[in-house]
Design a protein around this ligand. Structure first.
Ligand SMILES: *Cc1c(COP(=O)(O)O)cnc(C)c1O
Length: 218
């Protein structure tokens, strides 16, 4: 049952966040890219509100079907330029995957009102991943913030290193988190990192938003 799986994730999150601090609050984004609207609705009934999708087309069809529910949609996938208008028309509550200044520029150009976004950091410097290199991150963040009025930057998003080595994964989370700490004085409030395989470690490294898919839906 997906409700039981969600409950188990909530328990794990609870234990991990308490290890950081009782005041450390973590938001769970249920990544629903693996399932259809019926399962999203089932999870909604057990209290889940935030859902993440990685393809604009899927997000659109699920938004349409579930329109009557007060859901919060997060876009977490690689955003192609020709899909930006479609995405913006769906009013996502947060776009996690702004992976360059150029991408932010394109969103800014097409947006008619401010769009909440995170800057994606390639903290493990893996060629297969998108995102800004850590040493450029602060500069790019500030440049987006100063130059692009329709981009409301809320913080950072990152993947843990794909490594089997826990220390490597931890290091990649720590890199993103230390950038996030520096950006808190610029108003950053979201540090989105951690997925099914590594969210407890991500939380212990300071993540306050996790994107969990397979652990809930598979
Ligand atoms: C699919 C996906 C997730 C969820 O991954 P799981 O390992 O299934 O929990 C998180 N973030 C992004 C960007 C994804 O594409």
């Amino acid at each position: 049952m997906i409700e039981a799986k969600l409950d188990e994730v909530i328990r794990q999150v609870e234990r991990a966040r308490i290890r950081v601090s009782e005041h450390h609050i973590v938001k769970i984004v249920a990544v629903s890219k693996y399932v259809g609207s019926a399962q999203i609705e089932a999870l909604y009934k057990s209290g889940q509100r935030a859902f993440g999708e990685s393809r604009v087309q899927d997000l659109k069809s699920k938004c349409d079907v579930l329109e009557s529910l007060p859901l919060e949609w997060h876009f977490i996938g690689r955003l192609q330029s020709n899909k930006i208008n479609a995405l913006l028309s769906l009013n996502p509550s947060l776009v996690h995957s702004v992976d360059s200044y150029e991408k932010a520029l394109e969103i800014n150009k097409r947006a008619t009102k401010s769009v909440a976004c995170l800057l994606q950091i390639n903290s493990a410097k893996e060629a297969s991943k998108m995102g800004v290199m850590p040493e450029k991150a602060i500069e790019e963040y500030l440049r987006i913030k100063e130059e692009l009025p329709n981009i409301a930057l809320k913080g950072l998003m990152s993947f843990g290193s794909f490594s089997e080595n826990t220390q490597e994964v931890k290091k990649s989370f720590e890199i993103t988190h230390s950038l996030y700490e520096k950006l808190q004085k610029e108003g950053a409030t979201v540090c989105s990192m951690g997925m099914s395989g590594d969210f407890e470690l991500a939380i212990e490294c300071g993540s306050n938003m996790i994107r969990v898919g397979s652990k809930i839906f598979k």
